[in-house]
Design a protein. Structure first.
Length: 299
């Protein structure tokens, strides 16, 4: 069983005739017939019925079709991998928190596009839990996320940088002029979640022992919408400092005198069985360099 025989078979199925398959593959009809016959002999089955009005796949042909397509696809991937001589290439589907996409990763994307033009990047912003689960089940190749340092089953992870969190409020909020805050001050205030589903929200609530008597929580998926809501006085928010540095500088937001008891880090994760992918390896290396340079420029 040869790849060219499988290609002839799938092309006949796609075009519906031996003649059209020959034209598609730029060869003669007898060549297609010979390849199909050789494939049938190798497998010991009949793949097509020749009918007056055309051809019809047998049950054996129907069963073979998905396997044939997979073999052809894998063969093409192997050919490209060999001819690229290990140069990073192909498509990477990446998950990321919105705060990282907007405030940390754009320089990285620019670097990857210039340095590795054969790598096609597709970036999707979702919360960390969904992103990491999607990496595990193969829907994503890798993901950037903010979280505590801990083992993550089935994944390799690397820490890119600490991600300081800051509690912010609008300048006219009742807590804005306070010199110190208690835990009761925090838990009795409306909290705005800047990225619903971000792991640091769970760590924040656990650290303060939130219960059913707490003040309302306003959940917003958009970082920019959350900042506008906080600035207008609707509540307070715990956010990565990198996302609010401009607003703190110009006074649209104020830093509250409270710091979390836990630490989180911007991290990069990928499946353990994807560790040898040259594109993933290139992205890990580039991310470490770009994020390190970015953090250094801000200190």
């Amino acid at each position: 069983m040869e790849t060219r025989q499988l290609l002839a078979f799938t092309t006949v199925v796609q075009t519906g005739s031996f003649t059209k398959a020959a034209a598609t593959l730029n060869c003669s009809q007898p060549t297609i017939t010979t390849r199909i016959k050789a494939l049938e002999e190798a497998l010991g089955v009949v793949l097509f019925r020749r009918l007056p009005r055309g051809i019809q796949m047998t049950s054996a042909g129907v069963e073979l079709l998905p396997f044939a397509r997979n073999i052809i696809n894998l063969t093409e991937k192997a050919r490209k991998a060999i001819t690229m001589n290990g140069e990073p290439h192909g498509k990477l589907v990446i998950g990321s928190a919105q705060s990282l996409t907007d405030y940390r990763l754009l320089p990285l994307i620019e670097y990857m596009c210039w340095r590795y033009p054969s790598v096609q990047l597709s970036l999707h912003s979702r919360n960390a839990i969904n992103n990491l689960n999607s990496v595990r089940d193969g829907q994503l190749d890798c993901a950037f996320f903010i979280g505590a340092i801990e083992p993550r089953e089935g994944l390799e992870t690397t820490v890119l940088c600490p991600e300081p969190l800051v509690m912010v409020a609008g300048p006219n909020h009742m807590l804005a002029q306070r010199q110190s805050l208690t835990e009761d001050d925090i838990t009795s205030s409306t909290v705005i979640r800047a990225e619903n589903g971000a792991s640091y929200h769970e760590l924040f609530e656990q650290s303060l022992g939130y219960d059913d008597t707490r003040a309302p929580v306003l959940e917003l998926d958009s970082v920019d919408a959350a900042k506008r809501a906080v600035a207008s006085g609707l509540g307070i928010a715990l956010m990565p400092e990198v996302t609010v540095s401009a607003e703190l500088t110009d006074g649209r937001l104020v830093r509250l005198p409270w710091s979390p008891t836990f630490r989180v880090y911007t991290q990069f994760g990928w499946r353990q069985d994807n560790s040898t992918n040259p594109a993933v390896t290139a992205l890990v290396s580039a991310a470490a360099q770009v994020v390190s340079d970015q953090v250094a420029s801000l200190t």
